[in-house]
Ligand binder design. Structure first.
Ligand SMILES: N[C@@H](CCC(=O)N[C@@H](CS)C(=O)NCC(=O)O)C(=O)O
Length: 216
């Protein structure tokens, strides 16, 4: 049994839910409330599982049950253990290009806008909400502009041709975040079109934040 510790609005957990669904894997969810009581991710029970204090976290009972943190480590683990259907391209160059776009979102954009970073800006540095939103939108715009250029390679389809995969698992949660913070996305027609194609698919609909059992 696969168990995913996550939070409905966590875009990193959303990536993993998409990957699990694209692979058709059944999984159990354990919600970790990131806000209530200061955040369950900081509590003793969760810290014992994941000292990084972040979601998602995956536990695969069939494979020893050792907790695996970090969404991309989890997704790559799933790709290794459940290789069919693959979510990365077979060609090494194409695979590296997909990873490069996904990593740009996951490593260069998302961490700057994560909950604890925004909390630090507000609580420790006294940054007001307007300035925090400007910060947020600045980094999203920089990241999405680069990804928009990168998507030119994929035409009007998906990163795997007829179907979405790793790239879309990272992109669609970032778009969800951007919309949540009212970022203007008009400058990214390829991203919007790809997002619409993905959002029509069951794997993405079932992974969406509002469809999660802990959604509020
Ligand atoms: N690089 C990590 C990022 C994980 C992450 O930032 N998770 C957020 C939710 S999207 C979180 O747990 N935030 C809790 C906090 O900031 O206190 C990954 O890809 O898993």
């Amino acid at each position: 049994m696969l168990t995913l510790y996550g939070y409905w609005r966590s875009s990193a957990a959303y990536r993993v839910r998409i990957a699990l669904n694209l692979k058709g894997l059944a999984y159990r969810q354990v919600p970790v409330h990131l806000v209530r009581d200061g955040g369950e991710q900081h509590g003793e029970a969760y810290q014992a599982l994941n000292p990084q204090g972040l979601v998602p976290l995956l536990v695969d009972e069939e494979n020893g049950g050792a907790p695996i943190a970090q969404s991309l480590a989890i997704i790559e683990y799933l790709e290794e253990i459940f290789p069919v259907p693959a979510i990365l391209p077979a060609d090494p160059v194409e695979r590296a290009q997909v990873r490069a776009l996904a990593l740009h979102l996951a490593c260069d954009v998302h961490p700057l806008n994560n909950l604890r970073v925004l909390q630090y800006l507000g609580r420790e540095l006294g940054v007001d909400d307007a300035a925090k939103n400007a910060w947020y939108r600045h980094w999203v715009a920089a990241g999405l502009a680069a990804v928009e250029q990168g998507l030119a390679a994929y035409g009007d389809t998906f990163s795997l041709g007829t179907r979405p995969g790793y790239l879309e698992a990272c992109l669609i949660p970032q778009v969800y975040n951007a919309r949540r913070f009212d970022c203007d996305l008009d400058a990214y027609p390829r991203i919007l079109a790809l997002t619409a194609r993905c959002e029509a698919l069951e794997a993405f609909r079932h992974a969406a934040p509002d469809a999660q059992p802990d959604a509020q």
